[in-house]
Design a protein around this ligand. Structure first.
Ligand SMILES: Cc1ncc(COP(=O)(O)O)c(C=O)c1O
Length: 397
């Protein structure tokens, strides 16, 4: 068994340095808890950045993976297999969509959305309808197409030139979108609730306005629900409270209980423009990953489970608002379900460090926002413990 120092030395020598990591090494997870190599326990309010919706090693997911791995692990998408067909049926029957495309990550699901929107545009309107409108604060991923839709110089500048034909408008400001949309626009992409951008929800009026603008200009509306979808906000889909439906929707993070999967959902009108060979992926929708996703989806889509998320969300919100009363550094508490952002008047890193010391993992969303993304299976006792630790943590700011 390798000790923490040896693991970090190996990593420093052999793994490309693209992440700045804390000094401890995580070794084991169970439910809402993570344990490092020294045996220290951490309450996990990061959840692999919204991946571990069912916590770590949920028995139903573990069983589904083990059974499927023993029966049929991977075959190419050249062949039919049952799990991906069954999962697609579940996703379609529980959403606006008619068809599902499988891939392996959030960025890939956005890349697929870009390609499908372009193909739809070209099929119906010729070569001039290829542009996208993205919104301030958006995060859609790091691959080159998704990066072009992620309007932050810090992410984009080292990798220019980016995909051309991308226009920027202001989140929750319909007039700014109206000023950008024209006959060349094939799609607007929006997160119904921005995660990386600081935990900001799109207003129902904004989403309704985007829908109308798209319809008037023959453009598609794409929702990126990679972070806010699948129960995170207390409803199955982040856009549900608005009642406004998209033409395409991207999913990833929590969908396969911790295994890598992305999905791009679409209406029949979009699907009708896609042909065999237009897009593909070697690993996508493999039997093991799809089996894990089915097990996970069956739990998350239960009305009583979503009710639990909403109850926890209200409890956590009340606790955070109480903390705001006693900590002047807290400017605003915002979120829904089990995604919360606490905006402070200063950088939150010292608070995150105190929380870690005290056994609570949380993260940021921009320098001044402390973000909480607990597993959706948390209970009151976990929230009470987290709030006690956060009380000390905000005291450090
Ligand atoms: C809304 C949204 N879209 C896309 C992505 C990219 O996902 P991935 O890191 O799996 O490529 C993220 C990741 O944080 C995200 O939050």
């Amino acid at each position: 068994m390798l000790d923490a120092d040896k693991i970090k030395a190996l990593e420093a020598e052999y793994v490309l340095h693209t992440y700045n990591r804390p000094p401890y090494v995580l070794e084991r997870g169970e439910g809402v808890w993570l344990y490092d190599t020294e045996g220290k326990a951490y309450l996990d309010f990061v959840s692999g950045i919204a991946v571990n919706a069912l916590g770590h090693s949920h028995p139903a997911v573990v069983q589904a993976i083990a059974e499927q791995a023993a029966r049929l692990d991977h075959v190419s998408n050249l062949y039919h297999t049952a799990p991906q067909a069954q999962l697609a049926q579940m996703l379609v029957q529980n959403s606006f969509a008619d068809k599902v495309f499988y891939c392996n990550s959030g960025a890939e699901s956005v890349e697929a959305a870009i390609k499908f929107a372009r193909k739809w545009g070209r099929t119906h309107h010729g070569n001039a309808k290829t542009d996208f409108i993205t919104l301030s604060g958006a995060f859609h991923g790091r691959t080159l197409g998704a990066l072009a839709l992620t309007p932050r110089d810090y992410y984009q500048d080292p990798f220019r030139p980016l995909m051309p034909g991308t226009k920027l408008a202001t989140f929750n400001d319909l007039a700014s979108v109206e000023a950008q949309i024209d006959e060349h626009t094939c799609a607007i992409i929006v997160e119904p609730l921005q995660g990386e951008g600081g935990v900001h929800a799109a207003t129902p009026e904004f989403l309704r306005g985007l829908r109308e603008l798209c319809d008037r200009n023959d453009a598609l509306l794409i929702y990126d629900e990679v972070q806010c979808g699948l129960g995170r906000t207390g409803t199955l889909w982040g856009h549900e409270p608005s009642g406004v439906l998209p033409d395409i929707m991207t999913l990833a993070k929590p969908i396969a209980g911790g295994l890598p999967m992305g999905c791009t959902l679409m209406t029949q009108a979009v699907a009708d423009t896609i042909e065999p060979g237009d897009h593909a992926s070697t690993f996508a929708g493999s039997p093991i990953v799809s089996a894990a996703a089915i097990a996970s989806f069956q739990i998350i889509s239960e009305p009583s489970f979503l009710e639990h998320v909403r109850w926890c969300g209200s409890y956590l919100e009340a606790g955070l608002l109480k903390l705001q009363e006693s900590h002047d550094c807290i400017q605003q508490v915002r979120g829904r379900g089990l995604i919360w952002g606490v905006e402070c008047n200063t950088a939150v890193t010292p608070a995150l460090n105190v929380a870690t010391e005290q056994g609570l993992l949380a993260l940021n969303a921009g320098p001044n926002v402390l973000r909480l993304l607990p597993p959706l299976i948390i209970e009151q006792e976990h929230m009470d413990r987290a709030l006690t630790i956060l009380d000390q943590a905000f005291g450090a700011l």
